[in-house]
Design a protein around this ligand. Structure first.
Ligand code: ACO
Length: 329
């Protein structure tokens, strides 16, 4: 039994924040941002919208692409670290928006690795035989936890969403395997200090900008290259594949230099690595999902191709999967 992706969709908000816009907010330059990160612009969620709105739109597109009624969905998993509220889950809000009744819905928190974690959870639940169709959504409003006075983080992040419908299949198509990793000991490299039970929001936490993301970029950079490269190697090796068997690698879009480092480590040419970082920056869990959708729409992926998605994020967490693409173009 397998878990095949039968529908895919993504959605990014219309508002574009360019490097020129950021030059007006902090001491930075288009030249620095492009050469150090590869990012030219990113999308920003409107004030009256939230992660669930972005996720709902991506989900509608994925369900339409699957050619099914929303009522056929049997579970909703939402990967997010910028959910609408502490509770209820963003997955439940998306369920209500979609008009789906009485199916299990929950969020997972694995930061940028969340979409690949979510796909793996869905694959294993399908494997139990209990579920036939699961909706996995990644929805992030990173702009809401970004300090636009901190040049070391604000140039990196953007908002967006992606979704897939996964269905049980008897064929050897779909998600074949996933390698998941985490290292809580590095949690202090990337976190939002306030707003949780350790440091509930107060006037002081807001004044001191503790509800914004804090990051140690250069330490993360080094760990990311090795963790992503190793994750790809492990998932390929244990399934008897080599990098030459992979048609397209879809990496997390955090920094073009991280992606190039991973490609070098794997000895994979950059023309087999999908990039859209310059348009969106880092959309956390949504990045690999939006990249997968754009690669499919650009016909860079054909039925039967072997793909590898790989990501890395706060936790720290990392994940790589292999997918035998089983959907007609
Ligand atoms: N514009 C101009 N200068 C800047 C900027 C900026 N936007 N940001 C930093 N600098 C300066 C620094 O102040 C420093 O100056 P100094 O030498 O005078 O002190 C200099 O540039 C170099 O800084 P570094 O931090 O060493 O620069 P680096 O090459 O490492 O790039 C970056 C920084 C882009 C943050 C990089 O480290 C990176 O991408 N790290 C990984 C980020 C990541 O992957 N995060 C995880 C995912 S996010 C998630 O999970 C939600």
């Amino acid at each position: 039994m397998g878990a095949n992706i039968i529908g895919i969709g993504s959605y990014v908000p219309e508002r574009i924040l360019t490097n020129a816009d950021l030059e007006k907010l902090v001491d930075t330059s288009d030249e620095w941002i492009v050469t150090r990160t590869g990012i030219k612009e990113r999308r920003i969620c409107p004030e009256d919208k939230a992660a669930s709105d972005l996720g709902t739109e991506a989900a509608r597109r994925a369900i339409a692409d699957a050619g099914i009624e929303a009522g056929k969905i049997e579970m909703i998993i939402c990967a997010t670290i910028t959910g609408d509220m502490v509770f209820p889950s963003t997955a439940c809000i998306i369920q209500n928006n979609l008009g789906i009744e009485n199916v299990p819905c929950f969020d997972i928190s694995a930061a940028c690795s969340g979409f690949i974690y979510g796909l793996e959870i869905a694959r294993n639940l399908i494997d139990t035989g209990r579920y036939n169709k699961i909706l996995v959504v990644a929805a992030e409003c990173m702009s809401r936890v970004t300090d636009y006075t901190d040049r070391s983080t604000c140039v990196l992040l953007g908002d967006g969403s992606a979704a897939v419908v996964i269905e049980r299949t008897e064929d050897r198509f779909g998600i074949l395997d996933t390698y998941l990793g985490a290292a809580g000991k590095f949690g202090n490299l990337l976190y939002v200090p306030a707003g949780g039970s350790r440091m509930p929001a107060t006037h002081r936490t807001v004044e001191e900008k503790m509800h914004f993301m804090k990051m140690e970029g250069s330490s993360l950079f080094r760990i990311a290259v090795v963790a992503m490269g190793e994750a790809v190697k492990k998932v390929l090796e244990r399934n008897g594949f080599e990098t030459k068997d992979v048609s397209l690698i879809i990496p997390h879009q955090a920094n073009i230099r991280i992606i190039q480092g991973v490609a070098r480590m794997l000895d994979v040419p950059m023309d087999r690595v999908f990039l859209n970082i310059e348009k969106y920056g880092n959309m956390s869990a949504a990045s690999v999902g939006v990249a997968l959708d754009e690669a499919v729409k650009a016909k860079k992926i054909n039925k039967g191709n072997l793909l590898c998605m790989v990501s890395f994020g706060a936790g720290l967490t990392w994940a790589a999967n292999i997918i035998r693409w089983g959907k007609d173009g």
